[in-house]
Design a protein around this ligand. Structure first.
Ligand code: ZN
Length: 325
């Protein structure tokens, strides 16, 4: 049980953290370059964004580039405040030494165009109470940056990080995997698949011994593994097609190390190209690990591992008409 002295120290510490709310994180920051066409072009190419609004002499910058114009690059940021460094030192000093960006929200008030000179300020908007997440225990720090073009507010960028003390590795192993002494035990259970609303339909198919591939309702593109939207056209509507079960080994690796509970190395992990054209990672069974070959025709089957886990795997054979890519 926590002592009263501990509770008082914690309260005093959190009051120290809270005192940073509202203080500046960046003061009088200046964009290293004005908004410019070459950076917009690099962004468009990296994102695959072909919107004509962002190209040509009257281009506007894609709004999601907002933060880009404030970035320091290798030569470092301008205007970072002492308060922000102090807050980080206070968290580091208490053992919250790791950092992960959790989310960001942006609001756009006017378009940015080549030639716009960027200035920005940021403040520490909030420091949360102590939170325990899967990564570890720590504090969420939210920063709000106001981005201006020619002195006029163009957008805001709200950015949240978690400063945390990493969870003990041993504890994670205890909760997520069988202990190392179970390694040699063939009855160790395989890790469970993580089923969520985006892939539940796939696992429902597996339970019926159907391998389901998503098909975009917008452009008809097939996709695997399952995703909420289409990478080709952005459409969120989809249905499914059932794989014929024929495929070929497109590539493979042989796992020797590290050993995982419930797996018995060496074993082959295949990237199987289904005859429908999509590829999936699976085990190639029924053949010695050193006899698996690229181009080998394989056939889907469902293998039961324990009372609740059944997985699609591939066995040499089948028609060999699949893919061939
Ligand atoms: Zn599509």
């Amino acid at each position: 049980m926590r002592s009263q002295a501990y509770e008082e120290r914690l309260k005093a510490y959190e009051e120290q953290l809270k005192a940073y709310e509202g203080r500046a994180a960046t003061v009088a920051g200046v964009g290293k370059d004005p908004v410019n066409e070459p950076m917009i072009r690099h962004w468009r190419e990296a994102m695959g964004d072909t919107n004509p609004e962002y190209a040509g002499p009257d281009a506007m910058a894609p709004p999601t580039m907002l933060q880009v114009w404030t970035m320091g690059g290798l030569s470092g940021h301008t205007g970072r405040s002492e308060a922000y460094d102090e807050l980080f030192a206070l968290l580091d000093g208490a053992g919250y030494t790791s950092v992960v960006a959790t989310d960001c929200e942006q609001e756009y008030l006017r378009p940015l165009r080549p030639g716009d000179e960027i200035t920005f300020d940021a403040l520490i908007e909030s420091v949360s109470g102590r939170k325990t997440t899967k990564l570890g225990t720590g504090y969420f720090v939210t920063t709000r940056m106001d981005v201006r073009a020619g002195g006029e507010l163009a957008g805001t960028h709200r950015f949240r990080i978690l400063k945390y003390a990493p969870a003990q590795r041993k504890q994670r192993q205890r909760t997520e995997q069988p202990s190392p002494k179970d390694r040699s035990n063939p009855k160790s259970r395989r890790p469970r698949p993580v089923i969520n609303r985006d892939n539940a339909g796939f696992w429902e198919g597996v339970a019926r011994h159907q391998l389901l591939i998503q098909r975009c309702s917008g452009c008809g593109a097939l996709r695997f593994p399952w995703l909420p939207g289409c990478n080709a056209c952005g459409c969120l509507e989809w249905d499914t097609v059932e794989a014929s079960g024929d495929g070929t080994v497109y590539s493979y690796v042989v796992m020797h190390h590290p050993p995982f509970p419930a797996f018995d190395p060496p074993y082959a992990v295949g990237l199987v190209e289904l005859s429908e054209g999509v590829r999936m990672v699976s085990n190639v069974v029924g053949v010695p690990y050193d006899k698996v070959r690229i181009g080998m025709p394989v056939r889907l089957e469902f293998q039961r591992y324990d009372e609740e886990l059944e997985l699609p795997v591939f066995r040499p054979g089948g028609t060999g008409e699949g893919g061939g890519g």
